[in-house]
Design a protein. Sequence first.
Length: 419
Amino acid sequence: MSKITIKDGILTVPDHPTIPFIQGDGIGADIWAPAKKVFDAAVEKAYGGARKIVLLEVLAGEKAFNETGKSLPEETLEAFKEYLVGIKGPLMTPVGGGIRSLNVALRQQLDLYTCLRPVRFYKGTPSPVNEPEKVDMHIFRENTEDIYAGIEFMAGTEEADKFRAFLKDEMGVTKVRFPESSSFGVKPVSQEGSERLIRASIEYALKHNLPSVTLVHKGNIMKFTEGGFKNWGYALAEREFGDKVFTIAQWNELKETNGKEAADKAKEEALKAGKLLVKDFIADAFLQDILLNPQDHSVVATLNLNGDYISDALAAMVGGIGIAPGGNINYNSGYAIFEATHGTAPDIAGQGKANPGSIILSGTLMLDYMGWTEAADMIREAMEKTIVNKTVTGDFARFMPEAKQLSTSEFGNTLISNL
């Protein structure tokens, strides 16, 4: 089996790479079958048979538990490590103790520190906003820290009592309103974790000639965690990217020393020279601004919880998470798992109603990551053509007058015919 390898941050992809895949729970089987056919058809057409993806099934979730007694077998993790790049359908969260979320477990155990969620509008897609075509953002969500670290203590437990006593007796904390009935959570945000995520976002923006990176945070309240994220981000941008960027931190310094007019002039000259603008936004104001001025934001770097909210809010603006792609990436090790961003939808599993758009478009991110951009672009163009022609699954058809409603498999076949 041919393996993708990495050296000095550069991937080497053979013509017939082995890609591990997890089919997924619930509608996973429904959406995976047409997605595989689309990937195969696009790669065949783009490269005339010279390239081909060799898929290797690995287990996680309900299927894994039924066959092995484990929801996330060690063999699955080892396969993703061995072959570097993989793709997966949606997974159910195991009932009871142990792993809280299989998705989070994969991200944590493989240190997939970037959750990449590009959000763009495909012409013809039903949207609840007036100008969805203005949305074209690339979300870099930090994937391993913040509250998703899972450090929590339930009220009434011995651990919560110890933690409360430590806060009160050792740290002098007096601001817990109802200490006896409080549960506690810890929000770790590190300089290293913040910097590697922000570095990846800036490199991505520069590589793709995008105009700006917006650091989204709640640093006005959480001054040392989310505020640290912002400050470390500005410092890194200026230290590592020098004259390739102009930051709002630099604008503020110029304003303080030379006045606003001089600061504005420096910013204008920097942007005219093609420099990348690095700016920041408070999270709640950002959620408002993506509705009012989405065209002002291109690449967005943010923490784990903010990224969760922002990604889903933006997806709703361009048609919903049914066609929202996602990838979880470690740009240093090369490990990457691309995934459907929606849930398992067990109520419609096996009925041929699910929209396979999310897993298909996540596959285009995987192809981009592998450097097979011709096949990826072909799929994206076919996706737009299929939607413009009003040949869609039920989730879209109900909002599109005179649309032809297709089953999951029919949608995949129609997309292939539009390649």
